[in-house]
Design a protein around this ligand. Structure first.
Ligand code: IMP
Ligand code: MG
Length: 201
């Protein structure tokens, strides 16, 4: 049996699968911010834009951003890349593997890499460098969350949804060991308390 869930507001604590998740950005806030990002990308006047969501964590952000592009009048093409820098845990492994590459020729084109989180910067830098090597005219980056941590790679987000403290977040595409991607909000996973093992009430 599943029980329906409401859309919680910022600050609310949701208990899921024995874990406490505090909402840091609710659905409505995210939707408004995504539309603003789409306007900002359109204002940069991209030429022959190819949008490359860096999967998997960006899939919901990218889906919403792409539809926002349509609403603001920006037409694009889309291709996907799967990169992995995390295992099943919550710390970066330091190496970035291309698990799935784009099929599109980027030579001479503007490309927008779409990422969920900019943390050490290794993932985004690896993708950017690859596309630059292939002759992209301009490689821009849009990230949902810009984590306030020291970067290990020299990369900045051209477009960022929100800055984010150095905490582990899930939801809106982002996972902890493949769970919680479906949450319509962005939440911080809080340290476990005595309720561990309980499902949401
Ligand atoms: P970076 O390569 O260190 O910049 O790491 C970026 C990638 O790590 C993101 O694309 C995410 O997939 C993952 N990541 C970093 N922080 C978190 C987090 O708090 N929750 C879930 N995934 C994260
Ligand atoms: Mg990712």
């Amino acid at each position: 049996m599943t029980t329906p869930h409401a859309s919680p507001a910022r600050g609310e604590i949701v208990r899921l699968d024995g874990e406490r998740i505090r909402v840091i950005h609710d659905e409505r806030t995210i939707a408004e911010r995504v539309l603003e990002l789409a306007r900002a990308v359109a204002a940069s006047e991209p030429v022959n834009l190819l949008v490359v969501p860096v999967l998997k964590g960006s899939f919901i952000f990218a889906a919403d951003l792409l539809r926002a592009f349509y609403r603001v009048g920006l037409l694009t093409e889309v291709d996907f890349m799967i990169l992995a820098s995390y295992g099943a845990g919550t710390t970066s492994s330091g190496t970035v593997n291309v698990l799935r590459d784009i099929e599109t020729d980027v030579a001479g084109r503007d490309v927008l890499l779409v990422e969920d989180i900019l943390e050490t910067g290794r993932t985004l830098a690896a993708a950017r460098d690859l596309l630059r090597e292939r002759g992209a005219r301009r490689v821009m980056t849009a990230v949902l969350l810009d984590k306030q941590v020291e970067r290990a790679a020299d990369v900045a987000a051209d477009f960022a949804g929100f800055t984010c403290p150095d905490v582990f977040v899930v939801g809106y595409g982002m996972d902890k060991a493949h769970a919680y991607r479906e949450l319509p909000f962005i939440g911080e996973v809080l340290p476990n308390d005595d309720d561990s093992g309980r499902t949401e009430s």
